[in-house]
Ligand binder design. Structure first.
Ligand code: SF4
Length: 454
């Protein structure tokens, strides 16, 4: 962290602190809500902009003395770096802090690009401490007066829950921070090092209550893994259901946890769970070993049975392009999805996901990665790798374009899926015979209306 401090006698003035979120998967950003509360509780009067759903307000930027930019994921960081240059044009002297997972992983580069501070802000308190150190002794004039959540865009501005004709307004919260697992491809372990902590039950329930009062009828629990603390999560869900019996929810958890906590899934369904996201990533034993996922193809099948058996949809996510994934493996994922009639459970963008290896990634310690020829591209916030089979790199580019075009044109996910399969089969030189080509053959799946981007 850069420690140079700028003092300001007006840091407690309204709008002197501005927090900006770049992108958070289409939901109301936790990268704004919790730091805003923490700053307000400390007597500051911050402003906020979520550039995913509203334009950058140049006047707010011009009057700010300190701007915090939330970059919890790769897409947000790419947008955030452009934003820094725009901010510097409007307000050259403002102190800029980038916070979130990707800020610390890429701190060296960001500090060279005009960012003053890079912090993880793991507990939403580091930002307050940093602002307080910048204020450097300024007297508090503002008393704690309650939270000014009106400054955030309305929940209707964000992605919605959709299940056929059913639509719901989505609220967002997290019951835990960090993760106790060490999957090598994940950006969380280099920052949290296998540790997680719980968010106080009262805080989570207050966040839910606030969003329900603003119209939320579905809650996304965005914990890295909701079942790291299953008893804590269940207590919150039970209390939430007692207060708001019609509220539905979704959460993310790993395959291993679905198997381990299978007995809770019928209760999750009774409490309103509509879908669960699980990072399957691959079906190849080789790739799963390198990523240290601690599950097998058979475990994935068991997880589908457990979750679907409880009446909840399982939405698997994938990393189909890695240096160790063969064309056969890629086709195997497609065949698996079709076989389990999960086409509508997977956003087509998932078939174009290419492994990111950010600076500090645990993957860099794996012998299989050390054998690759890697080049760090700081501007892409990732090491660049090439697949030993050039067809895979070509397929990645083609699938990427196809998925983007189809999404823009509103093509049905089933059609996109079979077009991807035809491309991969052509490249493989094999024949592709769909098992279940009709829409009716595939299970419908509830979803959030924002395709997944990391
Ligand atoms: S992939 Fe999921 S389970 Fe693995 S370290 Fe990341 S958050 Fe934890």
């Amino acid at each position: 962290m850069k420690t140079e401090a700028r003092t300001s006698t007006t840091m407690h003035a309204s709008g002197a602190i501005l927090l900006i979120s770049c992108y958070e998967l289409g939901h109301r950003p936790a990268g704004l809500t919790r730091p805003l509360r923490a700053l307000e509780a400390a007597g500051f009067v911050p402003d906020a902009i979520d550039i995913a759903v509203e334009p950058l307000d140049a006047e707010m930027v011009a009057r700010a003395r300190f701007i915090g930019i939330s970059v919890p994921m790769h897409t947000a960081l790419r947008l955030g770096v452009h934003l820094v240059h725009r901010i510097r044009q409007i307000n050259p002297d403002v102190s800029i802090c980038m916070y979130g997972l990707y800020a610390t992983l890429n701190a060296d580069y960001l500090l060279s690009q005009g960012v003053d501070f890079c912090i993880a802000n793991t507990a939403s308190t580091e930002l307050v401490e940093l602002v307080q150190s910048v204020v450097d002794g300024e007297q508090l004039e503002t008393q704690k007066t309650g939270f000014r959540t009106a400054k955030l865009p309305p929940l209707e501005a964000y992605a919605q829950f959709e299940d056929n004709a059913e639509k719901r307004i989505v609220g967002y919260t997290e019951t835990t921070i960090g993760c106790k697992h060490l999957c090598t491809h994940c950006p969380i372990p280099p920052v949290y090092n296998g540790k997680f902590s719980v968010v106080e039950r009262g805080t989570v329930l207050a966040e839910i209550q606030e969003q329900v009062s603003q119209g939320a009828t579905h809650i996304t629990f965005g914990d890295p893994d909701f079942l790291n603390g299953p008893r804590h999560g269940l207590r919150i869900l039970r209390e939430m259901h007692e207060r708001y019996p019609n509220l539905t929810f979704d959460f993310t958890t790993k395959v291993e946890h679905i198997l381990k906590h299978s007995k809770h899934f019928p209760e999750f369904a009774e409490l309103g769970c509509r879908f669960v996201i699980s990072a399957v990533e691959s079906l190849s034993g080789t790739v799963l070993t390198i990523l240290e996922k601690h599950h097998t193809r058979a475990d994935v099948e068991t997880a589908i049975d457990i979750v679907h058996g409880a009446g909840i949809a399982l939405r698997p996510t994938w990393v189909p392009f890695t240096p160790w994934t063969s064309l056969d493996d890629y086709l195997d994922i497609l065949a698996f999805v079709e076989m389990h009639r999960l086409v509508y459970h997977v956003d087509p963008v998932q078939y174009a996901v290419r492994l990111l290896i950010p600076p500090g990634s645990y993957l860099l310690n794996r012998p299989e990665t050390k054998m690759l020829s890697l080049t760090l591209d700081e501007t892409a916030f990732s090491y660049i790798w090439e697949h030993p089979d050039v067809r895979l790199d070509e397929l990645h580019k083609t699938v990427n374009v196809l998925v983007e075009n189809d999404a823009r044109m509103g093509v049905d996910a089933l059609d996109t899926f079979y077009r991807i399969w035809a491309l991969a089969a052509d490249m493989h030189g094999s024949r592709h015979t769909p098992l279940y080509r009709s829409k009716a053959a595939h299970l419908p799946a509830p979803r959030i209306t924002e395709a997944w981007f990391c």
